[in-house]
Design a protein around this ligand. Sequence first.
Ligand code: ISL
Length: 555
Amino acid sequence: TPADAWWRSAVFYQVYPRSFQDSDGDGVGDIPGILSRLDHLQELGVDAVWLSPVYDSPQDDNGYDIRDYRAIATEYGTLDDLDQLIAELHRRGMRLIMDLVVNHTSDEHAWFRAALADPDSPYRDYYLLREGTPDAPPNNWTSFFSGPAWRWFPQEQLWAMHLFSSRQLDLNWEHAPLRAEIVDMVRWWLERGVDGFRLDVINYISKPPALPDGDATIGALMEFTGVEHYFAGPRLHEHLRQLRAEAFDPYGAVSIGETPGVGMQLGRLLTGASRGELDLVFTFDHLDMPGRVRFDDYRYDLAYLRDHVERYERGYGSTCWPAVFFENHDNPRMISKIDPRPEHRIALGRLLAVLTLTLRGTPFLYQGQELGLVNHAFASIDQLRDVESLNRYALLREAGQSDAAALANVLAGSRDHARVPIPWDAGGGFTTAQPWLEGDAQQEVWHAAAQAADPASVLSAYRALIALRRAHPEWVTAPIEFGPRRRGVWTYRRAAADVTVEVSINLTDRTQRLAGEDAGWQTVLSSPEHRWGRLTPYEAVVRIRRAQPANASAI
Ligand code: ISL
């Protein structure tokens, strides 16, 4: 992993295709729609797009259930459309990474159908299938989408493992021919010109062959039973090295692991330059406060984020390079977690822009984050579409909770908040039909067209910060130095030979005093009512100083 690899200083932008832009009036986003919005990405200044799955799929989990790895879902377009997307992004100087979902396939994948159809099929070994009786699943593992991690197939008298929905069956990575198929498939996409992959729940692929029961105490702590056996399974590192050596490295492809439950130490093993495994990992510890889970209704304290980041920076070490992100298609909007009061929305949107684009690491923006989108006030369960939300609601109702209580719980963490289509202009602009998922209209006043014309908007803040990275690329890979600790205020600097970037953030909803010299600094970003010496609620100020040696003086 060279220190000057392109992906270290690149800004990535995640497109969730279902919700980005519809081009043919069916209420569902598609690839031609993405092609029609590339100006937005180029004006924003992003270097690479991560495209969530567009493969052929029955869409039980919005494409994370793949039926055919080498075909495009008809509602999203054709292989030609995808080739055109690759070509058009490359023409504009941007790269494309795709989503690689290889922990599981759809129950409609040809491999799974063949495995069920014939006891002697070689595909039986592709999945985690066990003979048995309907009353006794092979172990006590639970699914992330509610209930046991096993589905019973009565005709075949077989259990099949599914860590996610019952229509997403786990693949058997112990089986060498399965691994060879995955390598072939990855190379097929790289041959088409894709620049790399985000690897879905990649740390879950290796399971101990005996599939032992999970520990009940750990299960209760982690909310899910069995996780300790597969979140870093016995052959994980070996499988990753094979993928890298046989598929990614020959093409110079970037590999970004989605690795839930992976902390700092394991993250170092997965991304250490000499280990030959992954380039970057997404870890999730910073998205919820300790002792909290996504479905808890609470206010996220930015002081926790500061402590977490400073601890990570001390421990992760300068040889590992973090992925910096606050949102994706699996989490509620971050602004809403911190402070849902509308009067703080723009300040928090800008604050998250500053953190995402100035902390040390590779930034990943999720669509709509650049508009400061917030959670939706869904009025009833009928408005939700996500399999996780719907299963959770059903389970809570079965357990005796009222409709209101179950809905409130689901809405605190629902993935649908981040999946509502993008408001492009005053008329919506996403589709001419009924969108596949509808949020509340309140968000539409924040549409992209209005923000593009407003220098004080969240969108303008993202554009200015990305421009600052492009204008002075040296600081982007420079170390980070934290200022002295002060309650409610976070300061840090990124010092390169020719330029120093200084960030001051108000972590609270109260005005804070701010000390430090003014001379020699140029303010790149602040709130419109900014005055040096104080920070307004949630204000984030970015200043630069040019052509001065990076000295050790405290902030
Ligand atoms: O592991 C978890 C326990 O909380 C989940 O949050 C998990 O991290 C997440 O659901 C994994 O996400 C990825 O794989 C899923 C898919 O539904 C998500 O959209 C995807 O990002 C299964 O493919």
